[in-house]
Design a protein around this ligand. Sequence first.
Ligand SMILES: [Zn+2]
Ligand SMILES: [Zn+2]
Length: 368
Amino acid sequence: MSTTLAVRENTHERAKSRTMKALVFKGPNNLHLEQREIPRPGYGEAVIRVTLTTICGTDIHILKGEYPVRPGLIIGHEAVGVIHELGPGIRGYEVGDRVLVGAITPCGQCNFCLSGNSSQCGGAIGGWKLGNTINGVQAEYALIPHAQANMAKIPDLLTDDQVVLLADIASTGFSASESARVKIGDSVAVFAAGPIGLCAIAGAKLSGASRVFAVDSNPNRLSQAFHMGADDTIDFTRVDPVKEILALTDGRGVDVAIEALGKSETFESALRVLRPGGVLSSLGVYSGKLAIPLEPFAAGLGDHKIVTTLCPGGKERMRRLIELILHNRVDLTPLLTHEFPLDRITEAYELFGNQRDGVLKVAVRVGA
Ligand SMILES: [Zn+2]
Ligand SMILES: [Zn+2]
């Protein structure tokens, strides 16, 4: 055995026996960075050394106790990393490969997956496992389930920052137009220009929309909406967005309205700007009740379609999204407005959770 190899293997062995830092949900409003055992992969699993992760709006719901997960769970579901260890049964990957893992990690083999609804793997919302039903990725290392179906190799030309947002918000945001089957020349209105709405705007453009309206009240977000491809930005605190969009479409309404906030009001506005036969594509996560006003819904006779989409995941989805970055169809790096090391991730939660300092998404660097 050569000395270099011996040294490398020793380092590897040491790494394997170490513990790691991980962000653990202890209970509502209580996240704690603590030491955990580095996971070991079982059959069909892999362990990645996380290099970059980010915080999602859903993580804030978990932190506040609005979305229940079990105390003791490591949270986080968006990860770029390097393969650290492969369990048996994984082919075509090697330790050291850089990979992107989607927020949704479907098995690829159950009835739901094979019916084309892999985000609903095994049952409702079942594709979302990381940081929900199993330990997540806001840690130095993370166990990836169904690894063969969920690790997308990252081309050397691309940085971690360029691809990390594909794991969740871009996959979700783009899916709004895909689920609505946006056609070349369609007009699209996007309600709310947070990180997912901004990606929905980019997705509408990628899908061939001729005109994209963005509705929000935050000037930073509206200007970012413009950079992501919106043609008209509408501040709902200054004008009634429904009247404005109807006026700008000569009373016709838009072909597709995307709801990217999860509020009954924006859902209703999305319906009110929709042309008869149009598609309301909903990305929001709602609570309480959703009301459908009958007049824009033509009392149920308007041929409207309402579609919902949970973030598409799996390695083929990630590969396709990586291709968009590789060939300069979209640049998501302007959405990474802030940066923290894993050691200061609770500060990152504080900033992101309170939407301070114009934050859109936070890059959390691990092991840097
Ligand atoms: Zn998320
Ligand atoms: Zn499945």
